[in-house]
Design a protein around this ligand. Structure first.
Ligand SMILES: [Zn+2]
Length: 201
């Protein structure tokens, strides 16, 4: 990878042998490996020993989880907050593991819509809850830094499964708790997230 980064620097009309850039290939490789470490993470070991059987059927909410990801169209960062809720049937996930789950999927090349769905689907698959809701609010540097439609550099996406999809009151309770009621598309649009990053650009 380091040789590729040296070539990239030269293609950008830089001098890879300039003092300040000498160690850059090594640093970029290390940074990129960390930022894509989600490909090499195993969900089951992340959740290892953290699925608990409980007699609890109220909504579990973890909000304001910070995440950083890379848009797969431009390899530029998009980042923001992820809010997750679910209603357990027999199992819950240890609370500290939920941000780790977000890391596994955000540390990959992503689009915001898929990131949102992958988190929801994984929770659904692992603990079979009555419902799962995931809302992600993010700023896309590929839009804002390049000056493309600045007003769209912020996007909100959501995935609503089970009770959160079928029951408007449950969904509203969640959106009320994360204070996003007005910013999220209406019930019929749950599947169609905002176009976050326009791949044609
Ligand atoms: Zn992009």
């Amino acid at each position: 990878m380091q040789e590729l980064i040296r070539k990239l620097l030269a293609e950008l009309d830089e001098d890879p042998n300039r003092e300040g850039l000498l160690d850059t290939p090594k640093r970029v490789e290390k940074a990129l490996k960390f930022l894509t470490s989600g490909y090499r993470a195993d969900i089951d070991s992340v959740l290892n020993n953290a699925l608990f059987t409980v007699d609890y059927s109220e909504m579990v909410i973890v909000k304001d989880i910070d995440f950083y990801s890379l848009c797969e169209h431009h390899l530029l960062p998009f980042f923001g907050k992820c809010h997750i809720a679910y209603i357990p049937t027999t199992k819950v996930i240890g609370l500290s593991k939920i941000p780790r789950l977000v890391d596994v999927f955000s540390r990959r090349l992503q689009v915001q819509e898929r990131l949102t769905n992958e988190i929801a689907d994984t929770i659904s698959e692992k603990i079979a809850p009555l419902g799962v809701a995931v809302v992600i609010e993010a700023t896309h540097l590929c839009m804002s830094m390049r000056g493309v439609e600045k007003q769209n550099s912020f996007a909100v996406t959501s995935a609503m499964l089970g009770a959160f999809r079928n029951n408007a009151r449950t969904r509203m309770e969640f959106l009320e708790l994360i204070k996003l009621r007005g910013a999220v598309p209406g019930p019929r649009d749950w599947a169609m997230a905002t176009e976050a990053c326009v791949e044609q650009d």
